[in-house]
Design a protein around this ligand. Sequence first.
Ligand code: PEP
Length: 257
Amino acid sequence: MNDVKKALTVIANWKMHRTISEAKKYVTDLAPLIQGSLSQVYLAAPFTMLSEIAPLCRASNIVLGAQNMNDHDEGAFTGEISGKMLKDAGADFVILGHSERRTLFHESNDFVNRKVKKAIDVGLVPVVCIGETAAERDSGNTANVLSYQLRYSLAGVNSEQIGRIMIAYEPLWAIGTQQAAMPAVAQEMHLFCRRYIEDQYGKYAAEKVSILYGGSVKPDNAKVLSEQKDVDGLLVGGASLSVESFEKIVNFPNGIL
Ligand code: PEP
C-alpha cells in the first residue's frame, strides 16, 4: 500500500470517439502536461487516425495502439484490420477481448486467443481484457470466470511471450457505470490474476506481467486504485476523453500535482 511512486501504465481507451483533427489537438494539448510523469501513457485510438497521430505520439513519448484487430494477416475479411496493418500505421499495442467486443460483437475466448498470438507474432503488445458480470460476481463465480477467461484467452502463450502481454481486469459492472471497484476488491482480483500467472508460468513471469484495472476510473479514485500492491496501471474509458481529467489520472498517482 501507499506505493504511490511506482511507474504506472495508464491507457486511454477512446472507444468510438474523435475525428482526426480532434485527436491531433488532444495529443498536442496532453503532451506538455504529462512530460514529467512517472507513468507511461498509452493511447488506444480508432483505426482512422493512427497514422495521422503516430508522429505526434512518438514525439511526446505516448505509446500508440488500437482497440481491436483480426487474427489474420490479410484476406477476405471485409471491414477487418490486421495486426500487420496496425503496426504499419504506427501502433505498438492493441486492446483485445474488451467486454464491449465480447458482448456486443460476440467475441469468444478462442477468437481472442488467436488474436493474442497474432499480435505477439507481429510485434504488438496485447492488452487482454477479462472481467466478470454483476450476476457472475453475485453468484460467487468470479474466480471461475476469470480463470476460464485467462486460461482460454492465453492458451498456447509461452512463458517468454507472457512477459510481452498486459492483462486488464475490467469488471463489467464497473465499466461506464461510475461504480469503480472498491480498491480492496481490485487488489483481491489482481492478486488472483497474478497467482494464476504464477501457477501457469512461474514467479518471474508473475512479477513481470502488468495487470491493469479498468472500470470507471476517474481523477478522484485513480490514486487509491493505483496504490494497491498488485495494480500496475489503469485502463481508462470515459475519463480519458477529456485532456483535463486524463492528465489528472496520469499525474495524481505519482503525487506530481
Ligand atoms: C473501458 O471501456 O475499458 C473502461 C474502463 O471504460 P470506463 O472507464 O468508461 O468505465
